[in-house]
Write a protein that binds this ligand. Structure first.
Ligand SMILES: Cc1cc2nc3c(=O)[nH]c(=O)nc-3n(C[C@H](O)[C@H](O)[C@H](O)COP(=O)(O)OP(=O)(O)OC[C@H]3O[C@@H](n4cnc5c(N)ncnc54)[C@H](O)[C@@H]3O)c2cc1C
Ligand SMILES: *[C@@H]1O[C@H](CO)[C@@H](O)[C@H](O)[C@H]1NC(C)=O
Ligand SMILES: *[C@@H]1O[C@H](CO)[C@@H](O)[C@H](O)[C@H]1NC(C)=O
Ligand SMILES: *[C@@H]1O[C@H](CO)[C@@H](O)[C@H](O)[C@H]1NC(C)=O
Ligand SMILES: *[C@@H]1O[C@H](CO)[C@@H](O)[C@H](O)[C@H]1NC(C)=O
Ligand SMILES: *[C@@H]1O[C@H](CO)[C@@H](O)[C@H](O)[C@H]1NC(C)=O
Ligand SMILES: *[C@@H]1O[C@H](CO)[C@@H](O)[C@H](O)[C@H]1NC(C)=O
Length: 492
């Protein structure tokens, strides 16, 4: 059966074994260490927790002039293969989502050198200026956040390309959707504006190989001041008063070796990603956001259009102009509710500007109360905000109009899913609750900032106060570039 699936993105480490010696060692290049006996020192200028997208970007920038020593502590291992494979992933199952028939979901997060950029879907979009301006508004008058494309500058060896020529059927689908009422086709298809566009992917444009934090910010670096230890599980940050001074880690797979403490002369940098950075820090973990999607609104063609079959065209949908607010996790404090109100204010603006990928439901990421060393408890609380569910309904209706009223109507498509019998909003939402996937692996917003602590910075996706209406890796690279500059300025 020829079908078309519209995928609508919705609003988602031994001290005894260790050779202790003075730095610098005559090391040859940036080195991957398998265990602590191979480390050249027990003290570095900077210690980075997490060798992923943000961690390796910051590590590259802090070691480039050879003045400072950096150690990256990475829980995953080095893997020459790439892409989403359980071997390179954490294995986390979410808490049941009451808004989605209590279904549980696999939480996608990379666990490998290069982090999620090694396993992700490579859709490479930045957010719009308006959205980063919203962060500024949410971060107070002294915020230095501003939209600045220099953070995606040419000297970053992270590449993007549009890939091959569109297939004929894709052109057909594009043309029909572009004529839908209210649909816009932004001129710059990577800029995170709502509308319809061919989107760039994070690959080089010569060999079409994945461009990741590993290829762009680790490989080829010949730096004796830069080391990474893999298979390391940091389990404690030590403070002197309010200042972070060292990180303790244990071996991920060898429990016979005692913990090792690495001193950070200048700064500790947390880059373990949205799910695990909160594990290392006390405080706020309740602003958790991701994009959800409807995996299968399906049609069967009556008359098959010309052109070859394309299983999953991805397109950005027209947003509904709605704004109303309900539903927050009960664990929210007064301060958090206040913060959420501010977000709503900013969101009202974003919605008016048609930017559509802004989920309003908020989840939590909390340590296991029975054992804080266990995996974090991830609760998406997806569709807990009724506005998010309204948007889902609008997306289904939009797909119906697209298939039956646009230029595609000549192909006489029959709706397979949800099926023509589903008509009322309640019926559509009932169907969607059984279908929606609450994550396109864009976890963000778990940490609202580290206040009252010195010598420590968070540089990963968890610092986004609100999710951008775009995929997240490009924004993470920019955050890391900015963070590296700020850390350098603060600690020189
Ligand atoms: C399957 C998947 C598909 C995605 N698709 C896209 C897409 O198409 N386009 C897009 O732009 N974005 C996509 N993303 C999202 C994007 O890749 C992430 O937002 C971004 O890479 C996050 O960067 P980060 O530095 O915050 O975390 P990560 O890159 O995940 O880095 C965190 C690192 O810390 C390590 N770590 C974790 N816990 C610890 C610990 N306790 N101690 C030490 N190390 C630790 C991890 O192994 C990892 O290497 C996808 C993500 C996934 C998982
Ligand atoms: C996840 O499971 C796979 C096997 O399916 C395993 O190879 C991998 O190491 C696991 N990830 C973690 C972080 O334990
Ligand atoms: C989900 O689980 C909760 C708690 O166990 C229960 O009260 C609720 O009825 C369940 N909802 C559905 C739709 O099954
Ligand atoms: C902003 O910075 C000024 C000058 O450093 C300081 O006096 C003020 O308290 C800061 N305001 C906020 C809201 O942090
Ligand atoms: C790495 O750098 C060292 C010293 O700076 C140099 O002698 C060596 O040739 C370099 N190796 C490579 C592969 O470039
Ligand atoms: C731990 O894992 C690393 C990398 O896979 C391996 O080289 C090492 O032998 C393992 N150690 C133990 C004790 O299993
Ligand atoms: C359109 O499809 C319906 C049933 O799905 C069929 O009855 C009708 O003949 C078709 N019309 C054309 C022009 O293909």
């Amino acid at each position: 059966m020829d079908s078309i699936y519209g995928t609508a993105l919705l609003l988602w480490l031994s001290a005894s074994l260790r050779i202790i010696s003075a730095w610098p060692q005559p090391a040859i290049k940036a080195q991957i260490r398998q265990d602590s006996s191979q480390l050249s020192a027990d003290e570095y200028d900077y210690v980075i927790v997490g060798g992923g997208t943000s961690g390796l970007t910051v590590g590259d920038r802090l070691t480039v002039d050879g003045k400072f020593t950096v150690l990256v502590l990475e829980y995953g291992y080095f893997d020459t293969s790439v892409g989403m494979n359980p071997r390179r992933m954490f294995n986390i199952t979410s808490e049941p989502s009451p808004g989605l028939n209590n279904r549980t979901f696999r939480v996608g997060v990379g666990c490998v050198v290069g982090g999620s950029s090694t396993v992700n879907g490579q859709v490479f979009l930045r957010g719009s200026k308006l959205e980063y301006d919203a962060w500024k508004e949410l971060s107070g008058p002294n915020s230095t956040i501003r939209y600045n494309t220099k953070y995606w500058s040419k000297d970053a060896k992270i590449y993007a390309t549009f890939g091959g020529k569109p297939q004929p059927l894709m052109k057909n689908l594009f043309s029909a959707i572009s004529k839908m009422p209210g649909m816009t086709v932004p001129e710059d298809s990577g800029a995170g504006e709502a509308g319809l566009y061919w989107y760039p992917i994070s690959q080089d444009n010569v060999n079409f190989q994945r461009s990741s934090a590993r290829t762009g910010h680790w490989e080829g670096l010949n730096r004796s001041n830069y080391e990474m230890i893999v298979g390391a599980k940091p389990n404690k940050i030590n403070f002197d008063g309010d200042r972070a001074i060292s990180v303790q880690y244990i071996s991920r797979n060898d429990s016979s070796t005692p913990p090792v403490t690495i001193k950070a002369r200048k700064h500790v940098i947390l880059a373990a990603g949205s799910i695990h950075t909160p594990q290392d820090l006390p405080g706020v973990r309740s602003n958790f956001q991701d994009h959800s999607y409807i995996p299968n609104i399906a049609y069967s063609w009556g008359t098959t259009p010309n052109g070859i079959f394309v299983p999953r065209p991805w397109c950005s949908m027209m947003p509904p102009n709605l704004a109303a607010m309900i539903g927050m996790p009960v664990s929210y404090t007064k301060e958090l509710i206040e913060g959420y109100k501010q977000q709503q204010h900013v969101y009202a603006k974003l919605f008016r500007k048609k930017n559509n990928l802004h989920p309003l439901s908020r989840g939590t990421i909390l340590p296991d109360p029975d054992d804080i060393d266990k995996e974090m408890k991830v609760d998406y609380r997806a569709s807990s905000n009724t506005l998010d569910t309204r948007v889902v309904i609008e997306i289904i209706k939009f797909m119906r109009r697209y298939m039956t009223q646009s230029d595609l109507k000549i192909y006489n498509a029959t709706e397979m899913l949800p099926g023509a019998e589903m008509q009322s909003d309640e019926e559509l939402m009932g169907w969607a609750r059984g279908i929606i996937i609450p994550s396109v692996y864009h976890p963000a917003g778990t940490e609202l900032g580290v206040h009252g602590v010195r010598g420590l910075s968070v540089v990963d996706a968890s610092i986004m106060p609100t999710l951008v209406g775009a995929t997240t890796s490009m924004t993470v690279y920019a955050i890391a570039e900015k963070a590296a500059g700020m850390i350098k300025a603060k600690t020189k």
